[in-house]
Design a protein around this ligand. Structure first.
Ligand code: BES
Ligand code: ZN
Ligand code: ZN
Length: 467
């Protein structure tokens, strides 16, 4: 017979023993068993969730379990569910935050533009039984809800098709978020960017009929415990990347609508930050363009002058993300940012290096990277520290301009990061390449196919933990 350390669910021991003895319940992670009519419970059905080995169980594991449970129950037509997290050791603030976040992430589906609405409906209401310590635990659940909603906003934006989500539409979505959350927003249009001299960003935009924008969203803390710090979060917002004149192969090109996933993560992060109120200033910078091969498109061989004054030889128009990031980063420095984090679906090379599990993190400052790694660990967003030795700079040399926009055949994620570093200078900075992690090609038990929101949670935790 099964034994319970915690007697709260002792009533389950008897009915579950048969499942256990038949090998239908083993406790391995994400194993779900739905049991009907357990005596002594008001719920009609009890879902037993496998949580794996005790020493491997943590917030990341629970985040996946609640997400997967919600998705499992959707398949069973369940409309409302409750999580019993009131056992000792389960109702810590950290675990409850992860539980709420996971459940909300599990609800999201990428099918909003399907007109046939007859399929299974998502679980509509979820309650959490958390036990003693209600106020602090409520706040922890609320925290998880705020992150989960922000992740889902970011996924809503990233999943939009590129004919709908143009650069100006992205700016509109950012404006709606900012107004609702009480953040100030400034959207620079082509003329203002031209006056400022953002030649790198505007060079990418010139091949498209869709006008570009630079979205700036400001969070000013009510109590500022780090007045010397001003965080700048920068997200790549290429609403569609054809490659431009250096055009991409047609196979798989439709996926390049997610080349604005960095932007979507930053917009979602700002919404969560507005609600969670860290005591440090944060400004978001989102350069947004469509990379098209129109009649006015930039050519390989063109030389543009960036906002920093540095000249760039365009050797491949498909290496456009680094060009728009360069001007956004220079602008962030001009506006007084002291620490910069940028995120971008920047290179295919990072997917070759790390696959779809970890994002690549590059830095010029180990202290800031340490903070970023801690924040991402807490968010359950895997990062891997990638090299950025000075020697990579040699690969970007060109005789005609200060820098070329591509390196050689190998180490493409590193030369891309090195290009960005040229514009960052000495400001502490982390660059996060999410080309392999911002989008799931296949659904996971706890997450639908499509955008993941990564690295939204890391951004929010970095700001919340700042000292
Ligand atoms: N948006 C792509 C990178 C990308 C590739 C994102 C695969 C997601 C999945 C980026 O703009 C790009 O095209 N990069 C080129 C750079 C090359 C021309 C140096 C690449 O990775 O091939
Ligand atoms: Zn590209
Ligand atoms: Zn791109």
């Amino acid at each position: 017979m099964l034994e319970w350390e915690d007697s709260r669910h002792a009533l389950l021991a008897k009915p579950l023993s048969a499942f256990y003895e038949a090998g239908e319940i083993t406790g391995k992670p994400l194993e779900f068993t739905l049991v009907h009519g357990v005596e002594g419970y008001r719920s009609r059905r009890i879902l037993i969730a496998g949580a794996g080995k005790r020493d491997k169980f943590d917030a990341s594991a629970l985040r996946k379990i609640t997400g997967a449970a919600i998705r499992f129950l959707k398949g069973k037509g369940v409309a409302s569910a409750g999580f019993s997290l009131d056992s000792d050791g389960l109702n810590t603030p950290e675990l409850l935050t992860a539980a709420a976040e996971g459940a909300l992430s599990g609800v999201w589906e990428p099918d909003r533009l399907k007109t046939d609405k007859t399929g299974p409906k998502a679980v509509a209401s979820v309650v959490f039984a958390v036990g003693e310590g209600a106020a602090a635990l409520d706040a922890a659940l609320d925290h998880g809800r705020i992150i989960g909603e922000a992740v889902n906003l970011s996924r809503d934006i990233a999943v939009e098709p590129p004919n709908v989500l143009t650069p100006l539409a992205l700016a509109d979505r950012a404006r709606k978020m900012a107004e609702a959350a009480g953040l100030s927003i400034d959207v620079l249009d082509r003329d203002r960017m031209a006056q400022l001299g953002m030649g790198a960003l505007l060079g990418v935009a010139q091949g498209s009929a869709e006008p570009p924008a630079l979205i700036v969203i400001k969070y000013v803390p009510e109590t500022n415990t780090s007045p010397a710090t001003h965080l700048g979060f920068v997200g790549k917002g290429v609403t569609f990347d054809t490659g431009g004149i250096s055009i991409k192969p047609s196979e798989g090109m439709e996926k390049m609508k997610y080349d604005m996933a960095g932007a979507a993560a930053v917009i979602g992060a700002m919404q969560a930050i507005a609600h969670l109120k860290p005591s440090v200033a944060v400004t978001a910078f989102i350069p947004t363009v469509e990379n098209m091969p129109g009649g006015k498109a930039q050519r390989p061989g063109d030389i543009v002058t960036s906002l920093s004054g540095k000249t760039i030889e365009i050797l491949n128009t498909d290496a456009e993300g680094r060009l728009i990031l360069a001007d956004a980063i220079t602008y962030a420095k001009q506006l007084g940012c002291t620490h910069l984090i940028d995120t971008a679906t920047l290179t295919g090379a990072i997917v070759v290096a790390l696959g779809h599990l970890s994002s690549g993190a590059f830095t010029n400052n180990d202290e800031l990277l340490g903070k970023w790694m801690a924040a991402s660990q807490q968010a359950g967003e895997k990062m891997w520290h990638m090299p950025l030795d000075d020697e990579y700079r040699d690969l970007l040399k060109t005789v005609y301009a200060d820098i070329g926009n591509i390196g050689g055949r190998y180490g493409g994620a590193c030369t891309a990061a090195m290009f960005i570093k040229e514009f960052v200078g000495d400001t502490p900075w982390v660059h996060v390449d999410v080309a392999g992690t911002a989008w799931l090609d296949d659904a996971k038990p706890y997450l639908a196919k499509g955008p993941t929101g990564i690295p939204l949670g890391s951004f929010v935790n970095l700001a919340l933990n700042w000292k």
